[in-house]
Write a protein that binds this ligand. Structure first.
Ligand code: GLV
Length: 345
């Protein structure tokens, strides 16, 4: 029997071995074979020329230009839960499936949100710097005082899977739990005891404000001077979502003025940031390099899930975690592709 040709896929970074094996069993794999350096744009445009599948990372912009360079493309499997790096509407219009990697990173990312909450509240990084610079003087009653986490009020903006897991952990710290979403979430309330608040009320009432909302045109820049001015002087602000939700100059000014008291940031407007970034110079700002999902187990699960989605899409099996399947089905029902010319795709 003549074997069927394997679908060609382009993978934009060297992935953990388990994920690479999965792809290689079914597909003809082309790879940007580097671990640390993102694929250069020209290389990506060349790489997708024959590809039916693209496995992308959040560092790759998948837009109309990429789609135009990839006439055979059927699926983009993003190795991230967020997919603001992908023009999903353009993919849908072209009949290209998009998948992401939710669930597998939920608990790991919620852990990191808590690491930032605790580090900012208890001045962990500042404390280490104090020792390293020889500034640790004799114990005194107000040395390195921070704020309590136990028993405080935690407000989560964007209480989806990750935000829900952040709230759940709050129960162990006897916290009062608030959340703000576009719509109230009765299941989350039943599971965590969290209470819905309008956005401004949540900002006014929370001791800890954790952002875990997706980046969309509506959420871009949603935290600026006005929002910081509503927060308590003692508030701690944490962002584990995407940098552009926050106006960084406004946050820097607010932290300098002492409202909110401190911040913990995993994400930035333009990543990576350098050592000269203004937020890094502030002692009350804890910054880490987009490591929300960065445990070996979770990154391996994310890569494997992305590979499984890619293979499923190219072999006609059900997708595990689709992003635009509903929209694609609706489009297909409205105008079946078998009635359209190939050029309409
Ligand atoms: C990481 O930021 C992700 O979206 O998975």
């Amino acid at each position: 029997m003549i074997p069927l040709p394997r679908p060609a896929v382009y993978v934009t970074r060297r992935l953990p071995a388990a994920a690479m094996r999965l792809l290689e069993e079914t597909c003809q794999v082309s790879l940007w074979d580097e671990l640390e350096r993102p694929v250069p744009r020209a290389e990506l445009l060349r790489g997708v020329a024959d590809a039916e599948g693209l496995l992308s990372l959040l560092t790759d912009r998948v837009d109309a230009e990429v789609l135009a360079a990839a006439p055979r493309l059927r699926v983009v499997a993003n190795m991230a839960v967020g997919y603001d790096n992908i023009d999903v509407a353009a993919c849908t219009a072209r009949g290209v499936l998009v998948t992401n990697t939710p669930d597998v990173l939920t608990e790991t990312t919620a852990d990191l949100a808590w690491a930032l909450m605790l580090a900012a509240a208890r001045r962990i990084v500042e404390g280490q710097r104090m020792i390293e610079t020889g500034a640790w003087g004799p114990w005194h009653p107000l040395q390195m005082v921070g704020v309590d986490v136990y028993g405080a009020t935690l407000g989560v903006v964007g209480a989806g899977r990750i935000g829900g897991a952040v709230l759940r952990r709050g129960g162990g710290f006897a916290m009062r739990l608030l959340y703000h979403n576009r719509h109230p979430a009765p299941e989350l309330e039943a599971a965590t005891g969290a209470v819905y608040r309008p956005f401004d009320d949540l900002l006014r009432e929370s001791d800890f404000i954790v952002v875990s909302a997706p980046l969309t045109p509506e959420t871009r820049g949603m935290f600026g001077a006005r929002e910081f001015s509503l927060m308590r002087e003692t508030a701690i602000f944490v962002n584990v979502a995407r940098g552009p939700l926050v106006r960084e100059e406004d946050l820097a000014a607010a932290l300098r003025a002492g409202r909110p008291r401190a911040a913990g940031l995993d994400v930035f407007t333009r990543e990576p940031i350098g050592p000269d970034h203004p937020l890094l110079s502030l002692p009350n700002c804890v910054c880490v390099p987009h490591i929300g999902s960065a445990t070996l187990a979770t990154r391996t699960r994310m890569a494997t899930l992305a590979a499984e989605n890619l293979v499923a899409a190219l072999t006609g099996r059900p997708l595990l975690t689709p992003v635009n399947l509903t929209e694609l089905v609706a489009l297909e029902l409205a105008a079946p592709s078998w009635g359209r010319g190939a050029t309409d795709r």
